[in-house]
Design a binder for this molecule. Structure first.
Ligand code: ATP
Ligand code: MG
Length: 692
């Protein structure tokens, strides 16, 4: 299909959004109105009609899943070389690429490590335990505070002046030490992937000019969920050319808790006065009934921009609300229904999605699906990357590219067993801290012999010698062969067999490790959004050490993917999709089940307490608008919480849906009208406070 034919399929407003390329453009529209379609078509339009090189275009979105989908859609439009060098990625991957291209300017050495939240927590624990024993909750609080500062672009040295109370003062001091240590480990954390590029582009005009030369057009999906630093990244890159398209829906803003600023929609208009705002109103996804439910629900939130969504998809079936005795009955019901509906409606497994508020809700459902032998895919939750064997293998990879990565060192120094005890490690750590070197480097130092028994020094030496050998082989030629050789040489498989309760388990674990290495190999091959070394060298200029660090880049990407999605590799086979409402953003499915429509679950108890029910309502709106043909809402009368069976109250959101469109099964007693009125008062008070 030519680009002209593609354009002809869009409605006039969508066409306008695609064709407008001379200035900043904001598409503000409700769910399923074709915002993402505008982005993908526009990429093709820029390349095929405007003759822009794909290499100059960067499209960003929020989740890996969404980036993958977008890549796929664009891949169908751009043929052969047309798509070469195009960036379609998450914000964090874009940030990672900028960091990789600017290591020198940032003061990092090649082969830096990316700390996942667990690594970061371990470092924080060390730092915080120095003064006094702290518990997990305190560490989490400090970690969240640091993350918030980073998202708001507050650097370690500045946090103290932003600290409002004792807790924040404490956090600010930890933040400073944390920043110093990360730098010493040549490591960055997840939030740094945005913070570092933004801070660099702000202070270094040459770096800014480099990246402005590289990226000529930017497209951002799910713009309502950008945080301060992500917005600044877009703004910095595009301030001069003013050529970008961002699309979003304020009603789908569901990441305020992670620093997202839906006000960025307003800020954009202030920063770019010539902003062309385009609204889309036709929904192409859902039946009239589903759309009416979504519109009616979200009308309960105050609105900055009014939107009216309509659809030509016909009224469709009513929305079913299924009340179950308890949570197990709920899971049983969903599983058995999918089994029969698949046959009755001639659907595929993949046509069904089950969405829920929290990952824990998937456990019972998984059991039931297994019972009926229904294939399913769980997004998030227990992930491929959180398996022990994968964490071990990742730690080896990280240590290979950056021996200063102490967390990686500690994880595997004794895996498989090398007779290096905790006492030895503690002395080693003290020695390293005193001298300000990494654990790995400390092993090489002669002075260590005075601190440790000869036997311990020998064991440590054997380990570092082994790693050094692998590193040398990696540098000399086939890095992957060196990595595979390492796994054989240390006989990781034997270790797995020793530690597994059954041989089949060990077998499976070893297979997982090989899968990881295969993934690594795959991600080294140039693909869409994944440029070849020459191209990367060309773009980043002479500073890039692309020749040698291809495997490093691939490992960083693996670590990033691990953090981003915490799940196994993409899987296109025919399976029922299980995912949280947060993870479902941007996706669509013919048949959707929303589970657990109960007070304290959706809306979540924390949100009720914190007075942020509006965000929960948006979350429900996102969930509902994923459905194309049918929507089923389920709830339980009783649910186990804190080891006890508790009575559940149906979600207030059920009251906010058009009653005539709902078909109840097992309707609970009507609620007492006083309670309902009290809730109404809450909502009004919330609105007033919002309007100031
Ligand atoms: P969300 O807010 O959920 O991310 P969206 O606004 O990004 O939704 P899309 O995912 O782009 O919406 O589109 C929703 C569905 O409508 C898709 O299946 C898409 O192919 C289809 N669609 C979009 N525009 C048109 C059109 N002009 N004609 C027919 N189908 C369309
Ligand atoms: Mg979309």
């Amino acid at each position: 299909m030519s680009i002209h034919q593609r354009l002809a399929k869009l409605n006039p407003r969508q066409q306008e959004a695609v064709r407008y390329i001379d200035g900043p453009c904001l598409v503000l529209a409700g769910a399923g109105s074709g915002k993402t379609s505008v982005i993908t078509t526009k990429i093709a339009y820029l390349v095929q009609e405007c003759g822009m090189s794909a290499r100059r275009i960067a499209a960003v979105t929020f989740t890996n899943k969404a980036a993958r989908e977008m890549k796929e859609r664009v891949g169908q439009m751009l043929k052969g070389k047309e798509g070469h060098g195009l960036t379609v990625s998450t914000f964090h991957t874009l940030g990672l690429n900028i960091i990789r291209g600017e290591l020198k300017a940032l003061g990092y050495k090649p082969g830096f490590s990316l700390f996942d939240p667990e690594d970061a927590k371990a470092l924080l624990r060390d730092l915080m335990n120095k003064d006094a024993q702290v518990d997990a909750e305190q560490i989490n609080a400090v970690q969240a505070q640091i993350s918030q500062w980073k998202n708001d672009l507050i650097l370690p040295g500045e946090a103290l002046s932003h600290a409002a109370d004792d807790d924040q003062h404490f956090a600010a001091r930890v933040y400073e030490a944390y920043g110093r240590h990360l730098k010493a480990y040549n490591a960055v954390d997840f939030d740094d992937l945005i913070l570092l590029p933004v801070a660099l582009l702000q202070r270094d005009p040459e770096a800014l000019a480099r990246w402005r030369r590289k990226i000529h057009y930017m497209l951002v999906d799910e713009y309502q969920d950008t945080n301060v630093s992500q917005y600044l990244l877009v703004k910095l890159l595009m301030e001069e050319r003013k050529t970008f398209t961002v699309v979003g829906d304020d009603d789908q803003s569901i990441y305020a808790w992670r620093g997202a600023r839906p006000e960025n929609l307003v800020t954009l208009g202030e920063d770019f006065p010539r902003l062309n705002v385009i609204k889309l109103e036709q929904n192409y996804r859902s039946t009239g009934t589903i759309l009416r439910a979504a519109n009616t629900l979200i009308a309960n939130n105050p609105h900055v921009y009014e939107k009216t969504l309509w659809s030509e998809m016909g009224q469709g079936a009513p929305i079913r609300v299924v009340v179950n005795r308890h949570e197990e009955a709920e899971a049983e019901r969903v599983a058995s229904e999918i089994l029969t509906r698949r046959i009755k409606e001639r659907a595929e497994w993949r046509d069904f999605a089950v969405l829920y508020r929290g990952n824990f809700q998937a456990r019972l459902l998984e059991l039931k699906l297994q019972h009926y032998q229904i294939p399913y895919k769980l997004s998030g939750g227990t992930s491929f990357f959180s398996r022990n064997e994968i964490k071990d293998a990742m730690a080896y990879l990280r240590l290979l590219i950056n021996p200063a990565d102490d967390n990686a060192f500690l994880r595997i120094v004794n895996v498989p067993r090398r007779e290096i005890g905790p006492g030895t490690l503690e002395k080693l750590a003290n020695y390293a801290t005193e001298r300000g070197v990494s654990l790995f480097d400390a092993c090489h130092e002669l002075g260590l012999e005075q601190q440790l028994p000869a036997r311990a020094v020998e064991c440590l030496g054997r380990f570092t010698h082994f790693i050094d050998g692998v590193r040398r082989r990696m540098d000399q030629g086939d890095a992957l062969a060196a990595i595979r050789g390492m796994l054989h040489e240390m006989d990781y498989e034997a270790w797995l067999y020793q530690n597994a309760s059954a041989p089949t388990i060990a077998e499976k674990r070893m297979a997982n490790v090989w899968t990881l290495i295969d993934q690594l190999e795959k991600s080294m091959k140039p693909a869409l959004g994944n440029e070849s070394p020459e191209e990367r060298a060309e773009q980043a200029g002479e500073e890039d050490d692309a020749e040698t660090d291809d495997v490093e880049a691939a490992i960083s990407r693996l670590v990033l993917r691990d953090i981003l999605e915490q799940q196994a590799e993409e899987d296109d086979t025919d399976r029922v999709q299980l995912l949280t409402m947060h993870a479902s953003k941007g996706l669509e499915f013919p048949h959707v089940y929303l589970m657990g429509l109960e007070e304290e679950l959706l809306p979540h108890r924390n949100a009720i307490e914190a007075g942020t029910v509006e965000e929960e309502r948006r979350l429900a709106y996102v969930g509902i608008t994923r459905a194309r043909q049918t929507l089923t809402l389920t709830l339980a009368r009783q649910r186990k919480a804190f080891g006890e069976l508790m009575d559940c109250v149906p979600s207030r959101f059920l009251d906010e849906l058009p009653p005539d469109d709902l078909e109840w099964e097992g309707r609970p007693d009507r609620e007492d009208p006083d309670k309902k009125q009290a809730r109404g008062q809450d909502a009004i008070a919330g609105l007033r406070s919002l309007l100031g």
